[in-house]
Design a protein around this ligand. Structure first.
Ligand code: HEC
Ligand code: HEC
Ligand code: HEC
Length: 490
């Protein structure tokens, strides 16, 4: 038995909880959203970030589109100096210092060595874990690798310090050479040709999605050995407690019903009104990467997503963003004694979902769940976080909050993970589901605890002791057989 191990690319979904107090902001504080999004799009496409600029500018654009900083720049840390811990079921994997520091970074690496690490996951001193998305970057063109290398070497400041933490996984996952077996099964792929994927070329959208944006590393479910399940490409996957939804062209289960403009607006600002907003790892990807892409590139992504083969979830009849609120909601909500809610939250006594909703949520999302007129505080019906087949993003948004940087303003929902107990988060989530979302879904306090802890333990990890035991057994049997053979020969 081969232990191809492996780590899923589980990005730390746990964004720093919004620092705001519970009732800050408030609907009245929301400035004009349309204006902010307009500001956003102009800022994102500056000449500096032009995909066709000079070599260094091109390299910076590739680094942005491929979101190297998402992992290699720790929150509050120096550019590309590493140290960010990427949560994986096997333990935290610490991103490396990739500044041109000769001692602590990649300052001594040739372009060839850099390309091999980037595309094949093999660094000069050994195999990398696939928490570094080399399975996606395998397709990067020579020209883009060259630009990226030039940018990192010439433009990024060397940081002569090693990341504060080290990756320390338990046996057998600390055996990096085992990745060679995994790579045979799940990595590889050939670099694209520059002419096929240049800005404006037909293959541009696929290149942005599969190679630079590495969307599939989060949106494609993983198999038992944690490789991507290619037959379910972009079909939706659980991700460290959150859920990266189905983004295939299916009109019901995917985003086939979204217009191209809505996809572009979502990638640019993190919100498509009446459909979805970006929390968790997607908030980070929008904030650091997608919103900086050129209009043409975002349109290419939207165009390509429209062609991705539809994957339909058995039994789903309404799109996740198509669920409208229950007819009797208004009554339920207005019955709730608003004055009592803060007390209920403070002493943890109430598990009445309506009461908690009135106290903790209604100041922004409104009692009737419709949000504010400009949707800066979004409606909780016709919202993919509440109307789909998974309650994960609702629960995780409540527990961890939402924090997204966009040009010129910050989107922030406070985290309730410390103020509300797991039974209370379950209660308010169930109230939101029955009132505004998918009435057939419900969550228990145990579900909430599991999501907060990063989701269910993957099979490979649960099976590791058995696999190890099995391997020892196979060895013993082999040895016994061998001894038998030798004896018989004698
Ligand atoms: C999803 C997170 C993630 C993204 C995105 C990412 N990396 Fe990494 N990268 C890592 C992690 C984690 C490691 C360390 C892996 C290990 O220890 O096996 C790593 C390792 C590396 C290494 C090897 C460094 C060494 O000293 O061995 C290089 C080079 C590298 N990344 C470059 C890049 C570049 C360039 C980009 C953008 C094109 C990028 N990475 C994007 C997570 C990421
Ligand atoms: C690091 C992981 C990650 C990467 C990379 C990523 N996504 Fe996501 N995506 C998510 C998560 C998690 C959500 C759910 C966000 C939420 O609802 O709060 C999401 C949500 C979305 C949605 C909204 C879908 C819906 O029905 O609500 C779209 C569209 C989307 N992503 C497109 C993309 C595209 C296109 C790319 C690549 C260019 C991409 N994503 C890359 C994790 C990721
Ligand atoms: C201070 C204002 C505020 C409060 C209080 C608040 N929210 Fe939010 N909520 C937001 C903002 C802002 C967003 C994100 C909007 C965006 O991304 O454009 C959001 C997003 C959401 C989402 C979408 C999550 C996703 O991943 O797509 C859900 C569901 C949600 N809130 C539920 C709740 C619930 C339930 C409560 C009460 C426990 C609550 N909110 C309290 C402001 C608030």
């Amino acid at each position: 038995m081969r232990y191809s191990l492996v780590l899923p690319l589980v990005l730390a979904g746990a964004l720093p909880a919004a620092a705001d107090g519970l009732y800050t902001g408030g609907p009245d504080a929301a400035p004009d959203l349309v204006q902010r999004i307009a500001d956003d799009s102009t800022l994102g496409t500056e000449a500096l970030l032009s995909p066709e600029g000079d070599l260094i500018a091109q390299g910076r654009y590739i680094a942005t589109a491929a979101d190297c900083a998402a992992c290699h720049t720790a929150p509050g840390g120096k550019d590309m100096a590493g140290g960010y811990a990427i949560a994986s079921p096997m333990g935290a994997i610490i991103a490396s210092n990739i500044t041109p520091s000769k001692e602590f970074g990649i300052g001594n690496w040739s372009e060839e060595q850099f390309a091999k690490a980037l595309r094949q996951g093999v660094a000069p001193d050994g195999h990398l874990y696939p928490a570094m998305p080399y399975t996606a970057y395998a397709g990067m063109t020579d020209a883009d690798v060259h630009a990226l290398y030039s940018y990192l070497m010439q433009q990024v400041q060397p940081v002569d310090v090693a990341p504060a933490q080290q990756t320390q996984l338990g046996f057998p996952y600390d055996q990096r050479w085992l990745m060679a077996g995994w790579n045979l099964m799940f990595a590889g792929g050939t670099p694209a040709q520059a002419a096929d994927v240049a800005p404006g070329a037909e293959g541009r959208g696929a290149y942005l999605v599969n190679v630079l944006g590495h969307c599939q590393t989060c949106h494609t479910p993983r198999n038992l050995l944690m490789g991507e399940t290619s037959s379910a490409y972009l079909g939706g996957a659980d991700l460290n407690g959150w859920h990266a939804p189905n983004i295939t062209s299916d009109k019901i289960s995917g985003i086939g019903g979204w217009s191209k403009d809505e996809i572009v607006s979502y990638l640019r600002s993190g919100a498509a009104h009446g459909k979805a907003q970006a929390g968790g790892a997607m908030a980070e990807a929008v904030g650091k990467s997608f919103r900086h892409l050129s209009d043409a590139d975002l349109e290419a992504i939207a165009g390509y997503l429209k062609t991705v083969p539809a994957i339909h979830a058995e039994g789903q009849t309404i799109p996740s963003y198509g669920v409208t609120k229950a007819a009797d909601v208004q009554m339920m909500a207005f019955d709730a004694p608003i004055d009592h809610a803060p007390r209920a939250m403070a002493d943890g006594s109430s598990t009445d979902g309506a009461e908690i909703y009135a106290g903790a949520c209604s100041s922004c999302h409104q009692l009737d769940g419709a949000g504010t007129a400009d949707q800066f505080y979004p409606s909780l019906s016709t919202n993919s976080a509440t109307g789909g087949l998974s309650a994960a993003n609702l629960v995780m948004a409540v527990a961890n909050g939402i924090h997204r940087e966009t040009n010129g303003y910050t989107v922030s929902m406070p985290a309730f993970g410390d103020t509300l107990s797991d039974p209370q988060i379950a209660a308010v989530s169930n109230y939101v589901l029955t009132s505004f979302g998918n009435k057939d879904l419900s969550v228990t306090a145990q579900d909430v605890a599991q999501m907060k802890a990063g989701g269910p333990t993957p099979w490979l990890l649960r099976a590791t002791p058995w696999l190890l035991g099995g391997a020892v057994l196979v060895l013993v049997l082999l040895l016994a057989a061998l001894i038998g053979v030798i004896r018989r020969k004698r």
